[in-house]
Design a protein around this ligand. Structure first.
Ligand code: HSE
Length: 436
């Protein structure tokens, strides 16, 4: 049988990696898919730029729409990122009756509902394994491997750049800005690195994971998102002294009151496997009713790891080319007419334990005032550390771990503590999860 012809939009890190993996493993891939898969047409912004792959016989253009409209192409692989041009290209590919593979998390998180509805009408597939956690086959694991389960919650380290920064701060005492610069040079960071450090990239990925885990529509705008830029080396080391690691987690949980969707720095007990996922690596911990906890670990970014996910999607699409569209694996794991309209819980109603750090004038009665405010809000203290003031003006650093508290009560308590005269700094709050 003739090989399936594929068009690539974007020939950067992931595009180059995809050509390399398709070439290097051509025989294995054909044995798995039942047909060869070849790239015949590709677009790149700058045709003169050096590439990590051999272009061979691939026809090149600077116009991605030319690839999308190429009648010989059966599958379009979108690797240009962003959600404006990429959206137009993907919608046009679908309108042209082509299947789509994409690594674009922003596009799926923000426009996925519309894209999948269009694909459904046209009877084409849109595959997006590479959009979440790079090379880890987490979409397939949740959508297919865990299809017999009711998924209760998942928690993931789903941004490699953020994890690299927190790891370097802990291991080497390095400065936030300095590590971020290195992550950019290594090619891990997003085009706009605030997407990494402010949790937007993780929120895109969490939106996708929650949809396929719980059978709900994609709802990026409902994710509570907090970044890691306010975390200090002090927080990392105080957490360690108390037996915790700080990780930037994406958490999705089904509760009786609604679905929690949140990305924020989180203290987790250091004995948990996921607390020991370091550097640029990603991991997703899934708690499901039948299987219990399962943990998925691997490279979340980079040319070959992300290409691994793109090529796996290509193989899936090729295998399903001749199947009846009604009998394919649904885009969002659940049948499109069976998606549930579960409420998303406002952050104010979410309940977590907390780490609090503040600086206070070192004089009698200050701690009593702080603990009275916490007590009035029904907040119980679990552990406490006090560090001697380096100078009298700087005050003593107080760290408290609380038991679980509803976010609204903690917000009120923080506001009142900050208004106390002897409290010399804002209160830093980092939520805690036991993940047990
Ligand atoms: N900027 C992302 C990360 C790349 O650091 O994880 C993969 O999505």
């Amino acid at each position: 049988m003739n090989p399936v012809k594929t068009g690539l939009l974007g020939l950067g890190t992931v595009g180059g990696g995809t050509v390399n993996v398709l070439t290097r493993n051509a025989q294995e891939i054909a044995r798995r898919a039942g047909r060869g898969i070849v790239v015949t047409h590709a677009s790149a912004r700058d045709l003169e730029k050096p590439r990590i792959c051999d272009i061979g016989n691939i026809r090149l253009t600077t116009d991605p729409m030319e690839v999308v409209n190429d009648p010989d192409i059966a599958i379009v692989v979108e690797l240009i990122g962003g959600d404006t041009l990429a959206f137009d290209l993907v919608m046009q590919a679908i309108a042209n009756g082509k299947h789509v593979v994409t690594a674009n998390k922003a596009l799926i998180a923000k426009n996925g509902n519309e894209i999948f509805a269009a694909a459904q009408r046209q009877g084409v597939m849109v595959a997006f394994e590479a959009a979440v956690a790079g090379g880890i086959p987490i979409i397939k694991a949740i959508r297919e491997g865990l299809a017999g389960n009711r998924i209760e919650w998942l928690a993931g380290i789903i941004n490699g750049t953020g994890n690299f920064i927190l790891t370097e701060m802990r291991d080497k005492g390095r400065d936030f800005a300095d590590v971020l610069k290195e992550a950019q040079q290594l090619g891990y960071a997003e085009a706009d690195p605030t997407f990494d450090v402010e949790g937007i990239d993780a929120a895109h990925k969490l939106t996708i994971l929650a949809a396929i885990a719980f059978g709900i529509p994609l709802q990026f705008d409902k994710v509570y998102t907090e970044g890691i830029s306010a975390i200090t080396g002090g927080d990392v080391s105080y957490a360690e002294q108390l037996g915790y690691r700080i990780k930037h987690l994406g958490i999705a949980r089904q509760t009786e009151r609604g679905v929690e969707l949140r990305v924020h720095p989180t203290l987790i007990p250091e004995r948990r496997l996921i607390a020991n996922v370091d550097g640029v690596m990603n991991a997703v911990l899934v708690q499901a009713d039948a299987v219990g906890p399962t943990l998925y670990y691997g490279a979340g970014a980079g040319a070959d790891p992300t290409a691994s996910a793109v090529v796996a999607d290509l193989v899936d699409v090729v295998r399903a080319l001749t199947s009846d569209p009604e009998n394919r694996v649904p885009h969002l794991a659940f049948q499109p007419d069976a998606l549930a309209d579960l409420p998303i819980l406002p952050m104010e109603q979410v309940e977590t334990a907390c780490y609090l750090r503040m600086r206070a004038a070192d004089r009698p009665g200050v701690l009593a005032e702080v603990t009275r405010i916490l007590g009035d809000q029904g907040i119980s203290i679990e552990a406490m550390l006090q560090k001697e003031p380096p100078t009298e003006e700087e005050g003593a650093t107080i760290i408290m771990l609380t038991q679980k508290v509803v976010e609204k009560n903690m917000n009120r308590a923080i506001e009142q503590i900050q208004s106390l005269d002897p409290i010399l700094s804002n209160v830093t709050r980092i939520r805690m999860e036991s993940l047990g």
